[in-house]
Write a protein that binds this ligand. Structure first.
Ligand code: ACO
Length: 370
């Protein structure tokens, strides 16, 4: 038995949800470039869950369900008010999502129908939780979800407590489409491993949130923004990056296990970053990001991943850095739950082996003789 570090190149399952072939990402066979341009997040989530783009009545029914499920139990709101105000937002999100199961009588109902309903419910409730967490930390009351609007609009409405502008809604909606699924990424794998024991969907999504939190995965978008804040100006980019590279430090938002010639999602976020900066007559964050990209790609041959330009996009939308990874989780809930449903359909427990490298043939010595 020989281990492969990080399971690089290991094909761990079959899946018909999304694929990455020769650097092209598709959801159910649709190129991400086409979906980013034309599809809404609701259409994308439907596609991931049910395998085809929705008809008008199917989409309307889904939107009605998402609206109907968007409220979260009062007990979960009360719990969130007890969390430390400076708690890591992903840790708080992980706890709140885990708590949702306590108030869902169908949490352990393993029928296909019940799990599909819970997938839609989780998708509807994540934005409500993230917006409430943000407001509670600021000493504000959570805003109840609004009926009949998209997830992107509802999220910004609940976050800001006022109607968001259409440009912000469109930008967030596109970002949600781009982050919705990504083959067997670390958090999706974690979610699938959890439910492959026939544990419930809430446990699967809670595991996935835990995996997404790390800076080598979803947490990188927050780390990118921290770096941009630390650099502070366009002039400071070059010395900062050169020093990092000399110290052989990793630059967050660059590199990818699967894409070696660029992440197809990054160019959409790059374009959005420029558009938002131009609209606000301040492209500093975009210019700094482009300069960083030139230096890293020039020196290391590494290309930006989905997290790099999403940092400047969200900041220019007026969203605080602590919500970047939770927003990723809002979007990826569609992919996680689609994968969980797929795992249940043809399940076998996921239980690989480890190559043992420890000591052998040890003899037990009583504690007072050691
Ligand atoms: N900055 C500097 N060097 C890097 C970077 C980076 N961001 N990424 C990879 N490298 C270097 C490594 O140091 C390593 O060099 P070496 O062979 O001289 O030691 C080589 O490139 C290979 O890197 P690994 O970390 O082994 O690649 P792996 O496939 O295991 O990891 C990962 C991929 C985690 C994305 C990595 O590129 C990384 O840490 N990037 C920064 C964090 C990040 O942006 N994560 C988000 C990924 S996208 C997502 O999950 C949503």
């Amino acid at each position: 038995m020989t281990a492969t570090k990080g399971l690089e190149g290991i094909v761990a399952t079959t899946s018909s949800i999304s694929s990455i072939v020769d650097g092209v990402l598709t959801y159910r066979g649709y190129d991400i470039d086409e979906l980013a341009e034309h599809a809404t997040f609701e259409e994308t989530a439907y596609l991931l869950w049910f395998g085809s783009l929705p008809t008008v009545p199917e989409l309307e029914a889904l939107k009605r369900d998402l609206s109907a499920f968007a409220q979260i139990p009062e007990q979960v709101i009360e719990q969130m008010k007890l969390y430390p105000k400076d708690a890591n937002t992903m840790a708080a999100l992980r706890s709140a999502v885990s708590s949702l199961a306590l108030y869902d009588e169908a949490a352990d109902d393993m029928s296909r129908e019940a799990n599909e309903i819970k997938a839609v419910k989780l998708q509807a409730q994540l934005p409500t939780i993230v917006a409430a967490l943000s407001r509670i930390r600021k000493g504000l009351e959570p805003v109840a979800p609004k009926e009949g609007v998209s997830i992107a609009e509802n999220f910004l409405y609940m976050l800001w407590g006022k109607e968001p502008d259409s440009v912000s809604v469109k930008a967030l909606d596109t970002a949600l489409v781009l982050h919705a699924d990504h083959e067997l990424n670390a958090s999706t794998f974690a979610g699938r491993v959890t439910v492959a024991t026939l544990s419930d969907i809430y446990s699967g999504v809670t595991s996935a949130i835990g995996a997404l939190k790390g800076p080598l995965h979803g947490g990188a978008n927050e780390a990118v923004m921290k770096m941009l804040e630390e650099i502070g100006s366009l002039e400071a980019v070059e010395p900062f990056i050169r020093k990092k590279l000399d110290n052989r430090e990793k630059i967050m938002g660059f590199g990818h296990r699967v894409y070696k010639n660029g992440d197809p999602r990054a160019k959409h976020l790059m374009k959005m970053s420029l558009e938002l900066g131009t609209m606000k007559n301040d492209t500093t964050l975009y210019d700094m990001s482009v300069n960083i990209e030139q230096l890293i790609t020039g020196q290391k041959g590494l290309r930006p991943n989905v997290d790099f330009y999403s940092a400047s996009v969200y900041t220019q939308l007026g969203i605080e850095r602590e919500l970047f990874t939770p927003i990723f989780a809002i979007s990826r809930t569609s992919g996680w739950t689609a994968h969980i449903l797929e795992q249940y359909t043809d399940n076998r427990i996921i239980r690989p082996r480890a190559e043992y490298t420890g000591m052998v043939e040890q003899k037990y010595v009583p504690v007072d003789e050691r």
